[in-house]
Write a protein that binds this ligand. Structure first.
Ligand code: NAP
Length: 250
């Protein structure tokens, strides 16, 4: 069974990936959809029929739920051709202002799930398969006021680059997607305590376009996908200039 796995399939960019795959890459025998909100995942079966999807309402921070996934993989033995890991969240605010529990949750979803999920699926990945991980442009620099989130995404970016190098000989392509602000439900939680800077509202990208670009970059075997000229410039500047300079102005 040629299989694709998409996490975060209940919202935002994960949903856009499901849509894009159903429209542009319908050759998968089965697509496994992961997120906590089951009713949102079932939307896809109502839209496209049940036979194509395996609905897995899992919390990626729960050890028990990860065991459910592990068992499913052992039983089904899928040939995984695609993993798209979109599950993640951020909370804006200073480190001292965000409850420690929520900061750890951010690390659990954004970092630990990346490691756990990768370890679980790798034995089932085919030569020529692709892995796409949602990092963020927040990975390029430390961000006061969004510190844990930015650090968690720097972890994802570093992890993905190393993973890509390790998997080169198996011809498995790994891409980190690093957009700036994207118009999704992400900000319902991210900006619950501290409102989003006005300029970010103005430059928010369309999730469909970000995902299309990520898909194209993954097909081209690119390690990093950065959407939009502003973010490309930011990426370059963050590579060339000392980070202390940015931190002084941020
Ligand atoms: N929007 C942006 O500005 C932006 C920019 C750069 C990068 N990103 C990154 O892009 C990814 C997707 O974000 P988005 O903008 O599409 O946000 P979103 O619309 O809020 O979607 C987040 C997804 O993650 C899932 N999720 C969260 N916690 C989970 C958990 N514990 N277990 C399983 N699933 C979980 C949610 O599903 P359930 O709630 O149903 O579990 C949801 O499907 C994230 O990694 C985010 O950090 C976002």
């Amino acid at each position: 069974m040629k299989t694709g796995i998409i996490t975060g399939a209940s919202s935002g960019m994960g949903r856009e990936f499901v849509k894009l795959i159903m429209e542009e890459a319908p050759a998968y025998d089965e697509i496994w959809l992961i997120a906590r909100r089951k009713e949102r995942l079932e939307y896809w079966t109502r839209l496209y029929g049940k036979q194509k999807f395996r609905i897995l309402p899992l919390d990626l921070t729960s050890a028990l739920d990860m065991q459910v996934l592990e068992k499913e993989l052992k039983e089904q033995k899928p040939e995984i051709e695609l993993l798209v890991h979109c599950a993640g969240f951020g909370i804006m605010g200073k480190i001292g202002e965000i409850p420690a529990k929520e900061q750890s949750e951010m690390v659990d979803v954004n970092c630990r799930s990346v490691v756990d999920l990768t370890a679980l699926v790798l034995p089932y990945m085919e030569r020529g398969a692709r892995m796409i991980y949602l990092a963020s442009s927040a990975a390029f620099l430390p961000q006061p006021g969004f510190a844990v989130y930015a650090a968690s995404k720097a972890f994802v970016l570093s992890f993905v680059r190393a993973l890509g190098a390790e998997l080169k000989s198996r011809k498995i392509h790994v891409t980190a997607v690093c957009p700036g602000a994207v118009r999704t439900e992400f900000f319902n939680r991210a900006a619950a305590r501290k409102s989003l800077p006005a300029y970010k509202k103005l430059v928010m990208a369309d999730p469909e376009k970000v995902v299309k670009k990520a898909w194209k970059d993954s097909l081209a075997g690119r390690q990093i996908s950065v959407y939009g000229n502003m973010m490309k410039l930011f990426y370059l500047a963050a590579k060339l200039l000392p980070h202390s300079l940015f931190l002084r102005f941020m």
